[in-house]
Design a protein around this ligand. Sequence first.
Ligand SMILES: *Cc1c(COP(=O)(O)O)cnc(C)c1O
Length: 254
Amino acid sequence: MSLSAGIRRKLNENLRRVHGEVEAACARSRREPSSVSLIAVTKTVEIDMIRLLLDVGQIDLAESRVQALAQRAGMIAEMRTRMRSGGSSRSLPAPRWHMVGHLQRNKVKAVLPHTCMIHSVDSLRLAEEISNHASRGDQTVDVLLEVNAGEEKAKQGLAVGAVLHLADQVRTLPGFRLCGLMCMAPLVDDRETIRRVFVRTRELFEEIQSERCGGPHFAELSMGMSNDYAIAIEEGATMIRVGGALFEGISSPE
Ligand SMILES: *Cc1c(COP(=O)(O)O)cnc(C)c1O
């Protein structure tokens, strides 16, 4: 069940194109390309594609649902163990799994063993639940607070006015490392509307840094998806979460 060389070539081509656009956006905003990490969102692809991503060196991966993340992380871990114990000359690098979708408190326990960073914390109760489980398991998990900077009614995320206070409340929780903010732009065509949401989130990020209520690790700004990552980088994103643009032109394997 291996993917054809054509799929690998196409994936490499897409990765090169995205990295090229990241570099161009960095050049426009006088930033170092190394200050932006690409996270591949794998929710629409099969396990073989995830394996291929790792094989070509894309190790930051993300899912938006706990069950999918746990299942896929487990499958990849098993593959790596099998390769090692089978004395195979081939190996796969270890992925870093990011949880980017809405997280319910009753799913925290299931996601913690698999994830290095949760991008979507939007309440004190959720933060406390994460802290309880992580510290009990002697784990420290990296966390971002999700901001509803577009103030969309149906969107999850914290109201802009609530973020600074929550950051101050959670930054010292045990097992919990507050690393920054995340936002999602509204699904609209107007680039200026999208940009305003990123600007607002960055201003909030800088305010938290300057008031010193984010703590020592508060350095990441997760914003930008396939349609808007270039704008997000121009406005300061340090992590972009890209799915569709990486898999364009690749039909999913049977
Ligand atoms: C699906 C998803 C992405 C990636 O979206 P694309 O448009 O496919 O790049 C990024 N962030 C979150 C939270 C997502 O759910």
